[in-house]
Write a protein that binds this ligand. Structure first.
Ligand SMILES: Nc1ncnc2c1ncn2[C@@H]1O[C@H](COP(=O)(O)OP(=O)(O)OP(=O)(O)O)[C@@H](O)[C@H]1O
Length: 472
């Protein structure tokens, strides 16, 4: 077979491909890939092995587009080029072997080199912004988001989504109480995605706004434009979906918007104050779609995270506040970050207006009413029973009852294990509350320990419950 210059083939193919596909997900997958031409004349793209798990998805989404691109420029290519393929590198398989000399394979990295873009015009100043609907502020960036155990997963999944929207976690559903950083993460996703690809169309809005815009469109008989606006985005970031509860028509419209975007691999990120299955008043089909993706929570931040947030805020305000004052605020305000920030602003404003030095006693005086009850409440077994029953979707009565089906035995044993680990109660005291013997409680705690050793996903569940109870 004649020797074909792989790079020359790619140079012809690339502009045609990039005109068809401008998604950063595509860039992400292909920038670390290599291409070669095999004996049958197939232009073979070999993906980095980190993407092996996505191979079916990548083929399904891109292979036909790549083949069409090849056909489109066939006349500019050597006649021996017959097809195109996407392959995953096998385990242990090297990119270059003794048989395939380095020169035979080319890196596809230049695909992200903007200077090579031909089909897509460079964005004009503000062009990207004008296409997008999200308020841009450095304050709500990933860099300014303090990460702790309470929000680590939410942060990591949000970051992953911004790096390859539509691919890693779709939809991403972030839930948690008010003021814990859900909107902050949505803003950060929008900003970060734009920094990777300014061509992306992003809609960031609350479910309430979505509903109002939808009602407006009905009122002005303009549903076509409504659909055009929301079904043509690359990323839809919808804050506070709980607002859709009982709004049947808006839910129906959102259901179709969701499906349209999802079927095109467009990224959807949702936030809510509770888990999808707790969203009473929301259609089942919507809940099941939300549950189909990745669900992550944001919990109340731990003491260290609260201090770090306060320190960051102090730095951004450029004021002098001793660390012990920040520790004092963090020890006394635990419920949410917005309240934490508010307390700091209030203290600083008061001190500067009155000309006082900021110290712990001034903080106590100014924030008195806002400080939360600090007498560390001992978690009791009733609270543990309630939380465990809710989590496993069984009744507290069942846990305390006599049934021995596995669906009841597991929550019962978990509740005993958590009672032993989270309270000061002795085995006999726990046994009494569970209406069992000391030996049964001991056996249950051992059984849970063993199961956690054997089954990491079970361990995650128990840890999750533990964290949730600790944050009560
Ligand atoms: N981990 C964090 N690091 C830095 N700032 C944070 C963090 N979590 C929350 N904040 C800040 O706390 C404030 C409230 O956060 P945000 O508005 O995102 O909360 P939310 O969970 O969306 O609340 P709501 O449900 O009421 O809308 C914001 O100023 C945000 O920047």
């Amino acid at each position: 077979m004649e020797t074909i210059d792989c790079q020359a083939v790619w140079d012809v193919l690339y502009p045609v491909i990039s005109a068809r596909i401008s998604s950063p997900g595509f860039n992400k997958f292909f920038q670390e890939s290599f291409a070669s031409i095999d004996e049958s004349g197939t232009f073979k793209i070999s993906l980095n092995k980190g993407y092996n798990v996505f191979i079916d998805h990548i083929r399904e989404n891109y292979l036909s587009l790549l083949s069409e691109s090849l056909k489109e420029c066939q006349q500019d290519l050597p006649s021996s080029i017959k097809g195109i393929s996407i392959d995953a590198l096998g385990k242990g398989e090297a990119l270059f072997t003794a048989e395939t000399q380095k020169e035979d394979k080319i890196s596809l990295k230049p695909i992200i080199d903007k200077t090579r873009r031909r089909a897509v015009e460079a964005p004009k100043a503000n062009d990207a912004k004008s296409k997008n609907n999200f308020p841009s502020s450095d304050r709500y960036s990933f860099q300014n988001f303090i990460v702790g155990d309470s929000n680590r997963l939410a942060f990591a999944t949000s970051k992953a989504v911004s790096e390859s929207p539509g691919f890693s976690y779709n939809p991403l559903f972030i839930y948690g109480s008010s003021g814990l950083g859900k909107s902050h993460l949505l803003h950060a996703i929008a900003q970060e995605t734009m920094s990777h690809n300014p061509y992306h169309r992003i809609e960031y809005l609350s479910a309430e706004e979505f509903s109002n815009i939808f009602i407006d469109s009905i009122q002005h008989n303009d549903q076509r434009n409504f659909r055009k606006r929301f079904r043509n985005v690359d990323i839809l970031l919808l804050d506070d979906v709980q607002f859709l509860k009982n709004k049947t028509k808006t839910q129906e419209e959102f259901f179709h918007t969701f499906n349209a975007l999802y079927s095109l691999n467009k990224q959807i990120v949702l936030t809510s104050d509770c888990q999808p299955h707790e969203l009473d008043g929301l259609e089942k089909r919507l809940v099941s779609r939300f549950e189909h993706g990745q669900i992550v929570d944001v919990l109340k931040p731990e003491f260290e995270t609260r201090v770090a947030i306060l320190r960051q805020k102090r730095n951004s305000m450029n004021v002098h506040i001793p660390n012990d004052v920040l520790d004092f605020i963090a020890s006394n305000i635990k419920s949410h970050v917005r309240k934490l920030e508010g307390a700091l602003v209030r203290l600083v404003t008061y001190a500067s207006t009155m000309g006082y030095e900021v110290n712990a006693s001034l903080a106590r005086e100014v924030l008195g009413g806002q400080l939360e009850n600090t007498s560390d409440r001992n978690l009791d077994i009733t609270a543990i029973l309630r939380q465990v029953a809710e989590y496993f979707d069984v009744g507290v009565k069942d846990i305390l009852g006599k049934r021995r089906t596995q669906s009841i035995v597991t929550p019962r044993q978990v509740a005993m294990y958590l009672s032993r680990n989270l309270t000061e109660e002795s085995f006999p005291a726990i046994a009494e509350q569970f209406r069992r013997t000391h030996a049964t409680v001991l056996h249950s705690c051992n059984a849970i320990n063993e199961q956690m050793e054997l089954d990491p996903s079970f361990k995650d569940k128990v840890f999750y419950l533990k964290k949730r109870l600790e944050n009560l």
